[in-house]
Design a protein. Structure first.
Length: 124
């Protein structure tokens, strides 16, 4: 599968919107876009994404409903890698610190999960 971060800007925007929605029609995706192109341009972009193998569609009541074929974990990993490279000089620790700063409180389960991740990182 191609890397998501190598998609052109508009295709990537559509892909990210589709990942957030789970599944959507071209009209629904267009309505969610910032400064959307024409409806036919959105359909063309979706056809390109489908040709690249990152999305697929099914027909419901004569409308195409699109969804991602990528595994959610792989999409998250690719997006996080791009964010860490772009905004945190490649430092996962700096990104984690910034993300934790956005949260006012963490549940016990979240704290335990973070501690396990830290412990595993120490062992590596």
């Amino acid at each position: 599968m191609m890397m998501i971060d190598s998609l052109p800007r508009r295709e990537r925007e559509l892909f990210e919107l589709l990942c957030s929605a789970g599944e959507a029609t071209a009209a629904e995706l267009r309505a969610s876009m910032k400064e959307p192109p024409s409806y036919s341009a959105v359909r063309t972009l979706l056809a390109r994404l489908e040709a690249r193998g990152v999305i697929k569609h099914r027909t419901v009541d004569q409308a195409y409903v699109y969804r991602s074929v990528a595994q959610p974990a792989k999409v998250r990993e690719t997006a996080m890698n791009q964010m860490v490279r772009t905004f945190f000089d490649g430092s996962a620790a700096n990104a984690a610190t910034a993300l934790l700063g956005l949260t006012k409180s963490l549940s016990k389960d979240e704290i335990d999960a973070l501690q396990r991740a830290i412990d595993e990182a120490r062992e590596r």
